[in-house]
Every structure is written in C-alpha cells, then in structure tokens.
Design a protein around this ligand. Structure first.
Ligand SMILES: *Cc1c(COP(=O)(O)O)cnc(C)c1O
Length: 211
C-alpha cells in the first residue's frame, strides 16, 4: 500500500467528487494509514470482516463506514447498527426491512439504491423502470435518507460504453432529485467522473492488489 497513490488521486479529482476507500481484504492498520492522511470514508462488503475492523478502530470517531456488499436479510440489523451509509440496497423488500429496523434502532441510514442498467446475471439491483414505478412508495419509507443511486458496470466494456452507462445512472438520479451517484471503481473511475459520479469506490488503486 502506498499513501502517495491516494494523494495523487485525491489531488486529481474535482472537489465535488468523494473518494470511498474500499478496504475489504485489507487490514485495520492499512485503514489507519490512509485515515491519517485525511481519508474518512471507508467501504466494506462483508459484515463480519468489517465489524472486526470497526472494533479495532472504534476510537477513530471520524471514520464513516459504508456498506457496499450484497445484503443478506439476516444481517440487516447489524448493518443498520454499524454503518452510516448503505450503497448496495438492491430490492424493495430489503429497503422496507432497513426502514423498519432503522426505526426500531432509532437510526437514520443514508441510502443509495443499486440500479442495473444492463442485464448482468451476476449482479443484483433495481431496474430503472421498477424504481420509477415504486418511487412514491419508496419515498414514504421512514427512518432512511435516500441520497443517491449506485451502479456497477460489467467488466470488459469500452471507455465509451462505460461512460454511456454511467450517464444513465446520473440522468435517473437527477430525475429522482437524488444528489449522489456511487459509480466508478479502480478500472473505470475516470469515466465515472466524466459522467457525474459523486462517490468513487476505490479499492486496489489506493490499497494495492488484494491477496
Ligand atoms: C471491491 C469493490 C470495489 C472496489 O474495487 P477495486 O476494483 O479494487 O477498486 C468497489 N465497489 C464494490 C461494490 C466492490 O465490491
């Protein structure tokens, strides 16, 4: 892991674009190193792994934890208790459950809804049509703050194809008056910025390759 890489990217991106440092597969010590140079948002995709690091780092109160992994229904309470943001809400059922549990727990998670703009059997996500259809109902759910959409492009697309898909996400978010688009990873973050990303989810670019 090389802090200089982090600073290089940080200095290159526009000020309205946030970096989510994706620390899955990396140790709490590595999170500390990056946190020390000004990064406070960290993304994790597995609850158990994340929770172990959260315990070790509990004195670093500035850290905002983001859940970005596939949501298992039986982990929702723990996710709601321990994460400020949830980027990967991929069904209405899970969203309802998050809302109900957040109310019980007196929490107010920031929510990004995962959307699929192209067929991809390996990924979950709302279809844009379903989201528009259900929008009123979604907005009425309590104890959640809907801040944006999240999308993951399939691998192997051209730069232009990536930009076009990301732009669909930006357009849909704008039409729903959602400020945030969580899009762009280590391989396609430049395209994501061009299309209007507000959260780049960067793992290997910051921390190096996962073992
Ligand atoms: C792992 C992961 C990332 C980061 O991937 P890199 O290619 O290492 O930047 C981003 N988003 C999600 C949902 C992930 O699971």
């Amino acid at each position: 892991m090389n802090p200089a890489n982090y600073l290089k990217i940080k200095n290159k991106i526009p000020s309205n674009v946030n970096i989510l440092a994706v620390s899955k597969g990396f140790k709490s010590q590595e999170i500390k190193t990056i946190q020390n140079i000004g990064q406070n948002d960290f993304g994790e995709s597995k609850f158990q792994e994340a929770f172990a690091k959260q315990l070790i780092l509990k004195d670093l109160k500035q850290i905002n934890w983001h859940f970005i992994g596939r949501i298992q229904s039986n982990k929702i309470r723990k996710i709601v208790q321990n994460f400020k943001y949830i980027h990967s809400v991929d069904s209405f059922q899970n969203l309802q459950k998050i809302s109900n549990i957040a109310r019980e727990e007196k929490k107010y998670p920031l929510i990004l809804l995962q959307v699929k703009f192209i067929d991809d059997p390996n990924k979950g996500g709302f279809s844009p049509e379903f989201l528009k259809l259900k929008w009123r109902e979604i907005q009425e759910l309590q104890n959640i703050s809907l801040t944006g959409l999240m999308t993951i492009n399939p691998k192997g697309l051209s730069s232009k194809e990536n930009i076009d898909l990301f732009k669909k996400c930006r357009t849909l978010a704008d039409s729903l008056q959602l400020p945030d688009c969580s899009m762009g990873m280590s391989g396609d973050w430049e395209e994501a910025i061009e299309a209007g990303s507000t959260w780049l989810r960067l793992g290997s670019l910051i921390f190096g390759s996962r073992s």
